[in-house]
Structure formats: structure tokens, C-alpha cells
Design a protein around this ligand. Sequence first.
Ligand SMILES: [Zn+2]
Length: 414
Amino acid sequence: MSAAMTINDAVAEGPKRFPLRKRTGTAAHHMSKAAVGFGLDDLDALTPKEVVFFMADLLWGSHKEMACPHCGTADTHYWTVKELRWKCKGCGKRFSVTSGTVFADRKLPLVKILKMAFSWANGAAGKPALQLRRDWNVTYKTAFTLAHKLREGLLRGFNVGALCGIQEMDGMDINGRRYREKRNKPLGRGAAGKPKIPAHLLKPSVDPETGEIQGPPKPPKWDKTAKQPADRRLLLVIRQRSQAKKKGAVATRIGIALSETAATVVAMAKKFASAESSVMSDEDPAYYSFSKLFTQHQTINHSKGYSDGKGVSNNLAESFNWRMRRSAEGIYLSPSNKYLADYAAENAWREDTRKLSTRDRLRQLLRTAMGVGLSQWWRGYVQGLHREHELLVEGEQPAKGRGRPKGWRPRPPR
Ligand SMILES: [Zn+2]
């Protein structure tokens, strides 16, 4: 485009030019009045009692009648105005709105948790704990634990349940040494070169019909797995398409795996997709058995295009991958493998709630996160009780620690 030409001229010139970037389907929503209508000021205006009632309504659907977290008695329990807590009519114990939830034994005032959760929820691809720390004048550990309690709630409360309908499934390399390089390309051009195929697999034979010289088949993904660094992970994602056209995906399920093999993709698909579903994927051989597992399995050949023009594509799965990549590379700056599943669940939630208003998003987040009961991984974190394992599709595995080993001491000067 010459300097004198404006965008309008370019548009008027018609389709001769490369198409300008289209606005995404969500852009109209973000600019609309319905997207926002609730802010930190509204949370500030709430009295401490109103905050408790706001959360009680979310959690129990009422602030008058609820089940006691200690004994389960559902009743209109005694409300104590001074303590902003209830006293159970059954067992006589006292409970607050956060008893038995991930926020149990909190030190922060409830309204501050609410405000921090609100600003955390408003990030498009995440919000770093350091930024929360600066905004809210808390310690790094406080911000980190709060964000991770929300992630735990999403991993255990949002990333669950089988989907039924039309789904897209894909795998993406994430983390690990030089993972950005395209798969199936050599990692380096050093002296080692391509990994060698063992001699016992190299026994060429002549095909009697065609006369072609053939070796035994390569083990599936031989080249790829041989080059995979040990700390690389695969992000597997299943996304359900909306029934309505051009509405994108409506539900997302994620899993972190060591590799994209038939075993891991089948385990993931069996967990999150019902047998009646129609699943789309790329032409990776790992997905071969899907035609037997599901009503329909369609593949898209990515070397030919992103979509076959007849509705077969993997673009919704790729769009989640893009958000996750932005999050891991631009916001969280290489999250550890240990918590990768937590970060992926967070982004699945961000992706699926992209068209909710800020208020509904906060309500959805708190309802989901507080619905999973006590935190299994973050209680006692500050005291040194850390989750020791990585959550993988293959099962839990001990996480490799980052930083200095326990008991590390600087070497004394000579
Ligand atoms: Zn009770």
C-alpha cells in the first residue's frame, strides 16, 4: 500500500488485495455494553455483610437456608451479626461462608479475596501473581496461593465431565527445551544429526511384486519421540462446537501428557468425550482408533489446509492452543511442568467464559472454585506443604523440582 492510500481506499479497491484482518466473533461482545457493567467500585460499595451474603447466594443459592459444612443439616441456621457467621441448628458448630471451601482458614478479608479474584478473572490469558501482589499489596506467596486455589477449583470443578456432540481434538507441544520449534524437525544441526535407527530395524527386503526395496516399518513416531526432550509436555485439548453456527466452542477439556501417542489420546478422549460424539482431529496416526471409539471420526490434513471447506477443521482446538501459548509465553513466562495442568485448566475456563459479562464471570469463577470443597493442594503451602506430583494423562508422576535442592548452601569461600 502506498503512503497516500488509506484503509478505505484499500477496501474500495476490492478483493484484489490481501484481505484485511477480520474482527473475531468475540470482538463485538467485548465492545458491547453487556460485556461490562460491574467493576471494583461495585465491590467496594458492598458492606462486609453484603459480601458474605453475595458469596452465600453463589455457593448455596441462598443466604437464609443452607447445609452446614460440618454435619450437613440443611436449615435456616442462626445468623450472628457480629461474627458474620452462622451457628448450626443441628450440631451447634459455627461456620462461615468459606468453611469447607478452597478459601477455608483464610487470612485475607473476604472482600479483598473477592476483589483479587475479580481482577484475576478479567485477564484475557491470565494475570501474573506478581502483578496481583503489586496491585493489592500482599506477599507474593499470598497472591500465588490465591491464584492457584482458583486454578485448583477450575481443574477439579470445571475440567470435568464427558462432552457429547461435535468435538475437535488436538495436541500441542508446550514447555521443554526449544519446544517452539516445529515438531518433526531436527532440534539441532550438530554433529549427532538425525537420530539413528537401530541396526536390527534396518533389514531391507525386496518386495516380490513391485521389486521395491523396503525396510521393516518404522516404529510409530520414531523420529519424533527420539527427539523429544525429557521436560517437554503435550497439551491435549478437546473442544465442543456450538450447535449454532459461528458461535465457536462451548466447552473445553484439557490434559497434559508426556507424549501424543495412541494410549494418551485415547485415554483423554474416553474420559472427556462420549461414545455418541463425532470427533475431528488432524491426521496424526495416534488418532487411528477413533473411528471405532466414536460415531464418527473425521480428519483434516494440515498440509493441505486449515479446513476442508465442508466443515471439517480443527480450528477451535487451535484457537485454544493459541490462548494457552500466549499465556505460557507472554503472561506466566514458562510455568513449571508441575503446575501446567492447572494453568491449562485456567485458560480453558477463560476461553469458555469469554462471552460472559464481568459480573457473571466472577460469579461463575467463585461458584466453580468454591464448589470443590477444601483445597487438596494448597492448604499449608506457606508452611511448606507443597504438591509433590505432576498431573498427567498417564497418571500422577513425581514432579521435578525447580530451583536449588533442599538443604542447598553456598560453597564457603576458599
Ligand atoms: Zn452442623
